[in-house]
Design a protein around this ligand. Structure first.
Ligand SMILES: [Fe+2]
Ligand SMILES: [Fe+2]
Length: 261
């Protein structure tokens, strides 16, 4: 089976990029399952709203993952309780709304999609390593599920790579998100786990990780608080395409990096 994953969709420009590129992506890759990180897909670039989630589903994205911005829009809280096509970080402490993994049927196989947060240069979340161990036990041992896709939402390449090696052979794919910058290190680890440190982002090409440059620069130059705005203008779409065999092993991974429009 073939999975297409899109890196963080950022703001209203991110939705424009989905409109501009996604029909062609579907034609070119013919995926059996499409997933996107939508933690920044609200028009403002902060969080996700139910309205935007519905729009992304209507455009053909089947599962949405989140990240550290999962809670930026309050409207999403009650929606997450009933919408099983959205996955929030599994290792968020306490018992937040929503689910940390979801399961859908693809080509007759149960496929699990998991979202986890890293901790290096981030907040004090529960251990993603301990959390995935528990999830893998439940999925593989209790439910017999072998097709497991993980969106590991983390800042540093070292934590992402360590996480991938921790789960190699136990999950089908680990694709990183959060930095909004695509890395060029796609590979299949021993044990049949596809890996990419970061999928990149879907949104504005000319800003700073999706936002207008000037306020971001102002923050760096002065350290004064400033409100970021979503960059408009030229578009980009980044992601990955992964093939899995019937045992859930990855057989192929390639980066998707569409040229700016
Ligand atoms: Fe993001
Ligand atoms: Fe993030």
């Amino acid at each position: 089976m073939r999975i297409v994953f899109l890196g963080d969709i950022v703001g209203n420009t991110g939705l424009k990029a989905v409109d501009a590129y996604f029909p062609e992506i579907l034609k070119r890759f013919k995926p059996d399952l499409t997933i996107a990180n939508a933690e920044n897909a609200a028009a403002s670039g902060r969080g996700l709203t139910p309205r935007i989630a519905e729009q992304l589903f209507d455009k053909g994205i089947e599962i949405l993952t989140l990240g550290n911005h999962a809670w930026d829009s309050r409207e999403i809280y009650s929606y997450l309780e009933r919408e099983k096509r959205i996955v929030r970080p599994a290792n968020f402490p306490g018992n937040p709304p929503g689910i940390g993994f979801t399961i859908c049927k693809v080509n007759g196989f149960d496929v699990a999609i998991v979202n986890l947060l890293g901790r290096v240069f981030m907040s004090d979340y529960d251990s993603p390593f301990a959390c995935i161990d528990g999830i893998v036990r439940e999925l593989r041992e209790s439910r017999g599920i072998r097709h497991i896709f993980v969106d590991f939402h983390a800042e540093t390449s070292s934590e992402k790579m360590s996480f991938a090696w921790h789960v190699t052979g136990k999950v089908s794919a680990v694709v990183g998100t959060h930095t909004h910058v695509q890395t060029a290190d796609e590979r299949i680890l021993g044990g049949g786990t596809a890996y990419l440190t970061d999928a990149g982002m879907t949104g504005a090409y000319d800003g700073i990780i999706g936002m207008k440059k000037e306020p971001v620069l102002h923050r760096f130059l002065t350290q004064m608080p400033v409100r970021f705005e979503v960059e408009q203008g030229r578009l980009q779409l980044h992601g990955a395409c992964i093939d899995l065999d019937e045992k859930g092993h990855a057989t192929h991974i390639e980066r998707i990096s569409c040229k700016p429009l």
